[in-house]
Design a protein around this ligand. Structure first.
Ligand SMILES: Nc1ncnc2c1ncn2[C@@H]1O[C@H](COP(=O)(O)OP(=O)(O)OP(=O)(O)O)[C@@H](O)[C@H]1O
Ligand SMILES: [Mg+2]
Length: 248
């Protein structure tokens, strides 16, 4: 790890019951980096993100955030340190308004004035949310709900954001909008981002680094310009298979 890395994951092993699903996963996220974990169903992507967020207990390995070992810390402690986790599935509070959803993570904060500033800041990144502030979260489109859960996570001013499959079920144009916002957040706020996606296609234009996770092992890592389509395909499906499609 260099001081240029905000997150370092070393030799992560974890399982559920007796079944091990991560078999020694290692990677880093640079400060202001956008790193994507790509892989098929059941590869271990969510388990990896959950481990960093503090939801999954590790069998072994270490997780270091800004030079501090956070392995085994609770989700609350990890979130307080500056890591926001946006799990898969866009969990908005359906009956609360967009504004109430955005404020829901801030109730314990004492700096109420700063909360107003944060709300304004988030709405600048997601103007669509501003137009719908009084509408119930459950009435928003999938893309708007994705923006809402990202916006809610931003209200806590994280330095690292973990996002599980933000593209799932969204139209390509909306995916583009979400990733363009990630690039702005990184440039303007210095945010570092670790994202899970099923397909590398969607992150090729945005990620600094892509790693393919399959069967709980990082099969390949590299920048989008150095990873060839065939190397990605082999890593994703296993060399010698003839399945086609998703990896590229
Ligand atoms: N809570 C759990 N209890 C038992 N097994 C689990 C649990 N969560 C995940 N698994 C298993 O761990 C393996 C890795 O799952 P994980 O959800 O991390 O993969 P993933 O890459 O995120 O997959 P997907 O693309 O479907 O989201 C799978 O075999 C899955 O069935
Ligand atoms: Mg998953």
């Amino acid at each position: 790890m260099t001081s240029a890395d905000i997150l370092q994951v070393r030799d992560l092993r974890l399982g559920y019951g007796r079944k091990m699903v991560l078999h020694g996963v290692s990677f880093e996220v640079p400060v202001r980096g956008l790193v994507a974990i790509v892989g098929p169903n059941g590869a271990g992507k969510s388990s990896t993100l959950g481990a960093v967020a503090g939801g999954n207990s590790l069998a072994s390995g270490s997780i270091t955030f800004e030079g501090e070992n956070i392995s085994g810390a609770s989700p609350e402690v990890i979130s307080a340190k500056g890591i926001a986790f946006v799990p898969e599935g866009r969990h908005v509070f359906a009956s609360l308004t967009v504004e109430e959803n955005l404020r829901s993570g801030t109730f314990r904060r004492k700096d109420r004035g700063a909360v107003e500033g944060d709300l304004e800041r988030v709405l600048q990144y997601f103007p669509r949310l501003r137009e719908r502030l009084r509408q119930p979260g459950g009435k928003m489109s999938g893309g708007e709900q994705q923006m809402l859960v990202i916006g809610r996570a931003l209200m806590c001013r994280p330095r690292l954001m973990l996002i599980d499959e933000p593209s799932l079920g969204l139209a390509p144009k909306v995916v583009e909008e979400v990733y363009e916002t990630f690039l702005r957040l990184r440039a303007e706020e210095g945010l570092s981002i670790l994202v899970n996606e099923q397909s590398s296609r969607r992150v090729m234009r945005y990620a600094d680094e892509i790693m393919v996770l399959r069967d709980g092992i990082v099969q390949i890592r590299g920048t989008p310009s150095t990873l060839t389509a065939s190397a990605l395909h082999d890593a994703y499906f296993g060399a010698g298979t003839f399945e086609s499609g998703k990896a590229e």
